[in-house]
Ligand binder design. Sequence first.
Ligand SMILES: Cc1cc2nc3c(=O)[nH]c(=O)nc-3n(C[C@H](O)[C@H](O)[C@H](O)COP(=O)(O)OP(=O)(O)OC[C@H]3O[C@@H](n4cnc5c(N)ncnc54)[C@H](O)[C@@H]3O)c2cc1C
Length: 333
Amino acid sequence: MSCLVNPQAMRETDLILGPTRTAEKIAVVGAGPAGLAFAEAAAERGHRVTLFEEQPELGGQFQLARRIPGKEDYAHTIRYFTTRLKDLGVTVRTGHRATAQDLAFADRVVIATGVHPRQPGIPGDTGPTVLGYKEVLEGAPVGQRVAVIGAGGIGYDVAHFLTHNPSADFYAEWGIDRSLEARGGLLAPAPEPPLRQVTVLQRSTTKPGSRLGPTTGWIHRLELRMANVEFITGVEYQEITDRGIRVSVPAPEPAGGHTQEGGGVALESPRTETLVEVDTVVLCAGQESRNELALELAGDSRPVHVIGGADVAAELDAKRAIKQAVELAAALP
Ligand SMILES: Cc1cc2nc3c(=O)[nH]c(=O)nc-3n(C[C@H](O)[C@H](O)[C@H](O)COP(=O)(O)OP(=O)(O)OC[C@H]3O[C@@H](n4cnc5c(N)ncnc54)[C@H](O)[C@@H]3O)c2cc1C
């Protein structure tokens, strides 16, 4: 058993935040889950922590995650950290993009600057019908027919966000009889019609959603199936235009399968071109570590640590980010 936001759960006897012997001035850059968790744990140990966040609010990508239907609880995680940092006397500077000069006062620096969304480099991917997942989750207008590029965890979340009707009745949708009169308390599920027609595209030919988390992946796959989301795999992207996205996909196998000539030499599989006609294309094509400040401080004589997404960009990985943060705070003198 483990906990996303509390890495000490089940490790109470070996991950210990005891009082420090030498209180340091520590600058933390970035108030996503990694920076928040580090600031809390280090302050709890008695260090003097200053936390910088360029956005007006704390939370980092949890500010986006909390907008996904079913992930509203992440707002409570942000609320928890906000209260804890206040109680522990952490100096919080929001709305300020920290530079190397801002950090000169500190004995130690922790870089928790997170990630950038990756631009996939498809011709037309900066066009007027193209949006990033951040803009979509922050409320940018989205058309009725949508293509989502990327079937990772964020692609799944965005497809759910775009199709889910917020006024849907959870119990009716999932076929739960609250009166418990139906056999096993189960009725036929009655999902609301999806708000939009969404197609999710991925480069790989693996089964979509196969890399989602083992405990909740089945729910996310089922949500998109109930919303009639279509998946296209093995896609090669050609171009995004204002009519949609032109792709090539593996051609359907002819009846009876392929006959391979040439004494077993592998032939290039045939492909076919198609235009996926949509009003909006949403990019969920992965992330890259945001580490400009870390590179700038690379030759620093003080200890500089890089944690969370700034260290490893791995999509849905708040658990690793928070664990790394608390373990670092526990290991300080
Ligand atoms: C829609 C969505 C759903 C998700 N769902 C899940 C999930 O279910 N489970 C899961 O484990 N993960 C999930 N994630 C991923 C999770 O949010 C990230 O793994 C996590 O936020 C990474 O934390 P971080 O602190 O490293 O970086 P971030 O959250 O990216 O925070 C970095 C912060 O640093 C700030 N910053 C950067 N540079 C500076 C600077 N120079 N000065 C000041 N501030 C700066 C940024 O403004 C940002 O607030 C989801 C992400 C999204 C977008």
